[in-house]
Design a protein. Sequence first.
Length: 368
Amino acid sequence: MQPFEPQPPDQAGRQADPYPLQGGWVSAQDTPAASYGQQYTSGSHPAAPPAGYPAPYGSYPGLPVPPPAPPQRQPRGLSPFGMPARHSWEIPMLVVVVVLTVFAYLIALVLLATGNFDQYVLAFAAAPLLLWFGRGINYAGQRVNGVKMSPTQFPGGYQMVVDAAARFGMAKAPDAYVVLGNGQINAFASGHGFRRYVVVYSDLFEIGGAAREPDALAFIIGHEVGHIAAGHTSYWRQLGMFLVPFLPIIGNSLIRAQEYTADNHGYCNRHTGASAAMGTLAAGKYMNRLIGFDEMADRAAVEKGFFVWMVNALSSHPVLTWRMWALRDRSRHGKLFLRPAPPAGAGMPASYASSYGQVPASPPKSVL
């Protein structure tokens, strides 16, 4: 049974959005105007030509003129038609890390051949086997201890996984498991062999109930499925990134770029859950509604200094203020090394107009 039923295409031939924008802090114009040369019927053209457009045979009432240029569609995931995009630094950083890792493998093999044995040399020489074994153990642990999402177990989360996979064009939805969180807010994606899977800590479902923030859970699940769709869970990719733990700044920068890419997928999957998801990461599953998303995002441009830079550079995830800024400003990729800056000539009020032309400032949601 095909779990995802696509909606009929709109008049422009695109697939209808299962999660259309409904107000809030973004507003995209998705319906382009008719193309030039289209056959017009009565009332289908404007009464007067657009400003600056010359009339070919002079001006007279009711003159048919081409329609105005279609509005530019604002991308949800920084790419056309609402599909997510990779962060601009991801592939360059991946190339650097893979090249360094290959050199490390070659050095380890040379040292091994010359009789220089130590734990690091042995670890790099056995990296393909260690990685394969570790991925297999991790996957088996979820299979025997986790609750597998299905139409009868965590059906809401299961449908979110299926919908996200369909939105990202994946041929098959990954397996998904719920494991005991014990108060931790976490989720991850991985794989073994040809299998890919998502693991969601049980505490995250406390924000996903109908009375709370189901969109936040959909954003988080879209983020994790996005890791799979972007190839971050591939065995060969992870083998090429084996040196990452030994590259404090370069390696972490690659991981941060991948997290921005996954955020683009989460935003594409359920953009309305971005603010609540970040609020949950900032203050937890019960206090997330007290977080002013824009107020916290605005601080990305004012919190500065060497140690702020170091905290971000040494982190495997973008710091939350930068991450929130990137989720709000969909006109560019999230900052990887330097802090965000407001548009040229703009002051630094509590909030300023986003790339969608609306002021994204909104008061924190009421707890009631």
